[in-house]
Design a protein around this ligand. Structure first.
Ligand code: 13P
Ligand code: SF4
Length: 308
C-alpha cells in the first residue's frame, strides 16, 4: 500500500465508523497531517471531552489516551501504539503519592497530566504545562503544594509564584537535557532570534534564561502562538523538534532552528500511519480505566478544567 492509499483508507474508515483522530504536536509529520485535531496536552484533553465521535484514535503516548478515556468513558479510545510510554508518567506511582500525602496530610497534591490514572486518583488538582501557573496560583496560600512528577516545571512554577512547594524528582528525558548553557550558546549564535522554551527543560528556573529578553517559556501551544503573532522572523525551538512541522506550516516565511537534534521523543514516534490504519480497521488497543479508578482520577482533571 502506498502512503496515499493508507491516508485514503484512514479517511474512509473515519467516516464509516464515526471516528476522530487526535494527535499531539510531537508525533510524526504524516500522522499530524491526518489528524482532525492537533494540539498540546490541554487542548487534546479538551477536545476529547467535547467530541461527538464514537471512536477517538489517540495519536500520542499512553497517559494521553488514558486521560481521554477518563474524560470520555462513553467513547471507544484507541491508541495506535500500545507501548508508547513517557519517562515522566513512569517516574511515580499511586503508592508513592499515597506515602507522600501521609507524610504531608495538609499538603495539596498537584499532578502534571503526564501521569497514570492511578496517580491522578491520589491527586487534588491536575495541571498541564499550559495552565500549571494558573492552577497553583488559584490554591489557598496557606497550603503547601506537593508537585509531581516534573522537577523542572515544578521549579519554574515555584520560582515564578514564590509558593511553598515540595517537588518530585522526575523529569522528561527529552526536555531535561536542554540546559541554560545550551540556550545561551544558541542565542549568541543567532542574535536576531527569540528562543521559545518548554518548561520541562532543565533551564526552566535558571535566572540567566528567565531574565533574558529573548527567552520565553511556554507550553507547546504557547510556543506555536508566540511564533504566529511575533513580528520576528527567526526562532530557536527548545522543545521536541517535531513541533517545527506545524510551526513551519503556519509560518512559511519564518525560520525555526531546533535547539538540538536529539530533542526527539522516540515514544511519540511509535505512532505510525500504518498503526493508525490498523487501529481503525480492527478497532484495536482500546484504553479503558476501571470505573472506580476512573471516577477518582476524573475529579482532579475536572478541577483543572474549571480553573482554565
Ligand atoms: P504539552 O503538550 O503540555 O506542551 O506537554 C509536552 C509534553 O511533553 C507532552 O508529552
Ligand atoms: Fe513524555 Fe517527554 Fe515524550 Fe512528552 S516528550 S511524552 S514528557 S518523554
Amino acid at each position: 500500500m502506498t502512503q496515499t492509499d493508507i491516508i485514503n483508507r484512514i479517511k474512509q474508515l473515519k467516516a464509516e465508523k464515526n471516528a476522530i483522530i487526535l494527535a499531539h504536536y510531537y508525533t510524526r509529520p504524516e500522522v499530524q497531517d491526518v489528524a482532525d485535531y492537533l494540539g498540546d496536552s490541554l487542548g487534546l484533553s479538551r477536545e476529547a471531552g467535547k467530541t461527538d465521535a464514537r471512536i477517538i484514535v489517540f495519536c500520542g503516548v499512553h497517559f494521553m489516551a488514558e486521560t481521554a478515556s477518563i474524560i470520555s468513558p462513553d467513547k471507544k479510545v484507541l491508541i495506535p501504539a500500545l507501548h508508547a510510554g513517557c519517562s515522566l508518567a513512569e517516574g511515580v506511582t499511586g503508592y508513592d503519592l499515597k506515602c507522600w500525602k501521609e507524610k504531608n496530610p495538609d499538603g495539596l497534591i498537584v499532578s502534571y497530566v503526564n501521569t497514570t490514572a492511578e496517580v491522578k486518583a491520589y491527586t487534588d488538582y491536575c495541571c498541564t504545562s499550559s495552565n500549571a501557573l494558573k492552577v497553583v496560583e488559584s490554591l489557598p496560600k496557606d497550603k503547601k503544594i506537593l508537585f509531581v512528577p516534573d522537577k523542572n516545571l515544578g521549579n519554574y512554577i515555584r520560582k515564578v509564584t514564590g509558593r511553598e512547594m515540595e517537588i518530585w524528582d522526575g523529569n522528561c528525558c527529552v526536555h531535561n537535557p536542554i540546559d541554560a548553557e545550551m540556550i545561551l550558546a544558541k542565542l549568541e549564535e543567532y542574535p536576531e532570534a527569540d528562543v521559545l522554551i518548554h518548561p520541562e527543560s532543565s533551564c526552566s528556573h535558571d535566572d540567566r534564561v528567565l531574565h533574558h529578553p529573548r527567552a520565553f517559556m511556554y507550553s507547546t501551544a504557547g510556543i506555536i502562538k508566540h511564533a504566529a503573532t511575533s513580528p520576528k522572523r527567526q526562532f530557536i525551538i527548545a522543545t521536541e523538534l517535531e513541533t517545527i512541522h506545524e510551526l513551519q506550516k503556519q509560518n512559511p516565511g519564518k525560520e525555526f532552528i531546533p535547539i538540538h537534534p536529539k530533542a526527539y521523543c522516540g515514544q511519540m514516534k511509535k505512532v505510525t500511519l500504518e498503526g493508525v490504519l490498523e487501529a481503525l480497521e480492527k478497532e484495536q488497543h482500546e484504553v479503558r480505566v476501571p470505573e472506580d479508578l476512573r471516577r477518582r482520577a476524573l475529579l482532579p482533571i475536572q478541577r483543572m478544567m474549571e480553573i482554565g
